[in-house]
Write a protein that binds this ligand. Structure first.
Ligand code: FE
Ligand code: ZN
Ligand code: FE
Length: 295
């Protein structure tokens, strides 16, 4: 039977067409049930991505001259009901549920990755390249989602067990991310974890500073330097702030106001400058702002 491959690919398409519908729905439920905001946001983002995947599968059907059709996907059904049953029967606390949900979603991604990889191979062998391309786009998205979910699962697992997610988590994130190739997702997750680690360090730093008697004047001084510097680099014409500190002078030297700049760049920089001046003025006194709005 020469059409075996084609029939198998069509079965795969109908299967995944059904699966993606189920997952899109489940992701909405999971987003609502998740306590961790970043996890919930990730679920919602992937639900949107999944809707796009459904459209691509429809284009796949059309590339093969077929009408889009769902065929009950027992695999997807099982994965979704595994999640639902756990929530219903175990009634986990919020943190436990988050870890379980991240892991459950990760299982879904790996299921999809395996399915799409097999279908892409078939499509290429059958010379339905148009179809293969859509499937490859879906596969890339599933891989990125898997990378992101794996990192979320590690972070939440660390939180649940009370072990440190900080820098070790960030290193783990790079390792997992480079393996799965979800660069955008890696960036996002690294930022998440780095932000968490920085917040913890800052909190610790504030506690230490509170204990030290010299902390307050030192902090105020550093803040003053920052605002003065931004004024200097923006006020290209005036020299008022320029002799204030050595640091400010070096900033001004590095970025001289040149008349040979391209107009577009100059316009953009002018906008930035205006904004920056306003902000630093606010920091300094706030009087100029008030005068401007009064006019
Ligand atoms: Fe999907
Ligand atoms: Zn099936
Ligand atoms: Fe997916």
């Amino acid at each position: 039977m020469p059409d075996n491959g084609r029939e198998l690919l069509l079965h795969g398409l109908r299967d995944m067409y059904d699966a993606e519908h189920r997952f899109a729905e489940a992701l909405g439920t999971m987003a609502d049930q998740a306590s961790d905001r970043m996890l919930a946001d990730g679920f919602r983002r992937h639900r949107e991505v999944t809707r796009g995947q459904i459209r691509r599968l429809e284009q796949c059907f059309m590339a093969m001259g077929e009408r889009p059709q769902r065929e009950q996907c027992a695999g997807a059904e099982g994965l979704v009901s595994e999640y639902e049953r756990f929530v219903r029967k175990q009634q986990p606390d919020r943190k436990t549920l988050d870890v379980f949900a991240a892991d459950a979603a990760l299982k879904v991604e790996h299921y999809e990755i395996a399915a799409y990889a097999g279908m892409i191979d078939l499509a290429l062998r059958l010379d339905v390249d148009g179809c293969a391309r859509f499937l490859q786009d879906n596969l890339k998205e599933e891989e990125a989602a898997a990378a992101e979910l794996e990192m979320s699962a590690r972070r939440l697992g660390a939180e649940l067990t009370g072990s440190s997610a900080g820098l070790r988590g960030a290193v783990e994130t790079f390792r997992v991310g480079s393996r799965s190739g979800g660069i955008g997702a890696v960036g996002r997750a690294v930022r998440e974890q780095a932000t968490g680690a920085i917040e913890r360090l800052e909190k610790r730093g504030r506690r230490v500073q509170a204990r030290s008697s010299r902390s307050k004047p030192a902090r105020r001084a550093s803040r003053k330097t920052t605002s003065r510097r931004s004024t200097t680099s923006s006020a290209s014409g005036s020299t008022s702030g320029r002799r204030s500190t050595g640091r400010a002078r070096s900033t001004a030297t590095r970025r001289p106001a040149s008349p040979t700049r391209r107009p577009a760049t100059r316009a953009k920089r002018a906008t930035t400058t205006r904004r920056r001046t306003t902000r630093s003025a606010t920091v300094r006194r706030g009087t100029r702002n008030r005068a401007r709005s009064a006019r």
